[in-house]
Design a protein around this ligand. Structure first.
Ligand code: HQG
Length: 182
């Protein structure tokens, strides 16, 4: 079983295209595990039928906690692009969060603040290392932005729980964004 491939397909189904898998997500983004397994196995892309134990293994061994099993349901914890916003648990953020982005987007962000772009929420990192990893997906030398998260929260910007490394937010106005100088 190719667990990286399985993780990618589960993310694709739960974040971007549940309709391709005949999944109906509830308001928190959960789908029945049985429906997901049926759809994955109908696709036939794996060397044997995918089981619940395989999904558990993907979650347990992945370097990022992207998915969550709860009883007989499963969801993606962040990253959604589907229309209709998945509701997330609000939180009061720490003083500072970080965002890694390619150098080429810096000017646009310093003009318009952090926008969710194609996703439902802005994705922020709890530490510089995580932000670097996010930024390096698109640029070998990404810019790390420091977000005055608690100030933004006090000013009314909503923040939500993603996973232990990722905090979600609505748009972050530019006054709370600064280039990190570590
Ligand atoms: C940028 C991955 C222009 C933003 C990662 C980013 C993360 C702007 C890009 C998660 C902008 C959107 C999400 C503005 C923001 N003008 N560009 N005003 N505001 N941007 O992929 O945060 O491995 O949607 O800086 O690790 O890069 O898939 O967001 O560069 O946790 O689990 O627009 O996805 O996780 O890109 O990544 P994305 P992201 P997984």
């Amino acid at each position: 079983m190719d667990y990286v491939e399985l993780s990618k397909e589960v993310s694709y189904a739960l974040r971007h295209a549940p309709w391709e898998y005949e999944l109906e997500l509830d308001s928190e983004g959960f789908a029945p595990v049985s429906q997901l397994l049926a759809a994955l196995n109908e696709g036939g892309g794996y060397d044997r039928p995918v089981t619940l134990a395989d999904l558990e293994r993907v979650i347990a061994t992945s370097e990022k906690k992207r998915h969550e099993l709860q009883g007989d349901r499963i969801r993606a914890l962040y990253g959604h692009t589907i229309p209709g916003r998945i509701s997330k648990e609000p939180l009061v953020p720490p003083e500072t969060l970080y965002h890694g982005t390619p150098r080429r987007t810096l000017d646009a962000i310093l003009q318009g603040g952090l926008q969710p772009m194609k996703r439902q929420y802005v994705h922020l990192s709890v530490d510089v290392e995580t932000a670097l990893r996010v930024g390096r997906r698109r640029d070998a030398q990404p810019v790390i932005l420091r977000i005055a998260a608690r100030k933004a929260s006090d000013a009314g910007v909503a923040f939500y729980r993603g996973n232990d490394k990722v905090v979600l937010a609505d748009c972050v106005p530019v006054e709370f964004v600064e280039k990190n100088t570590l």
